[in-house]
Design a protein around this ligand. Structure first.
Ligand SMILES: [Zn+2]
Length: 216
């Protein structure tokens, strides 16, 4: 057997299997089939999904990077706790400071090709899929603002993961799609003031929708 030199070892990337395992576990966490703040056992996931521990471990580290699970001392992994009311308030105060401004700058300076990638999420086939599209939508606008600190600090909050685990009402998706379309129209028109106002409105309305849901 040929021993591969370290220097020639391929960069490890999630195999197809780990990717599939990741999607399955992620869907279960997003739908709360695996509840928040709950220990996730590598053994039992491996048994349940009929795979070895390796793809489970790979999937868990991908989930960790996306804020859905975290490593616990001596206890393996656990799902992230659900957002409480104080965290919701902090999150939306922060979003209101950053994202309307980012939308204005994106309208003024975003490239046409990045603009072409903005989609409202109308075509999303599930709650899970809409969470991804919403994430991309807000990420593209934050990047379009051309300030790395803005883009990085928003990305690190994993805003959409936490929001979508907190709330399942389908009207959230429909209303958000409407509001996203207004933002896209303002950005396409390169109207900074309008984009800023439309983003502020979207965040205020999102907050209103979630506030009813997260009482304490
Ligand atoms: Zn949104």
């Amino acid at each position: 057997m040929v021993q591969m030199n370290d220097a020639y070892r391929p960069i490890s990337r999630p195999s197809g299997l780990a990717e599939e395992v990741y999607r399955r576990i992620r869907a279960d966490i997003m739908s709360l089939r695996i509840p928040p703040d709950t220990r996730v056992s590598v053994d039992s996931l491996a048994r349940e999904l009929g795979v070895s521990q390796t793809p489970i471990r790979e999937a868990l580290s991908m989930l960790e990077a996306n804020g859905l699970v975290s490593k616990r001392h001596f206890a393996g992994y656990a799902t992230s706790p659900r957002m409480d009311r104080a965290q919701l308030d902090d999150l939306f105060e922060f979003r209101l400071l950053i994202e309307p401004h980012a939308a204005r700058k994106a309208a003024e300076g975003m490239t046409d090709s990045d603009m072409g990638q903005l989609v409202s999420g109308e075509s999303a086939s599930s709650h899970d899929a809409f969470a991804d599209m919403d994430t991309d939508f807000h990420r593209l606008i934050a990047q379009g603002a051309g300030n790395h600190l803005i883009a990085d600090s928003l990305a690190r909050l994993h805003i959409h993961v936490h929001i979508f685990r907190s709330c399942f009402r389908s009207e959230i998706t429909e209303e958000a799609v409407h509001e996203h379309n207004a933002i896209i129209a303002a950005i396409r028109a390169r109207d900074g003031a309008k984009a800023e106002a439309a983003m502020r409105r979207h965040i205020e309305l999102s907050y209103g929708r979630l506030r009813d849901f997260i009482k304490e």
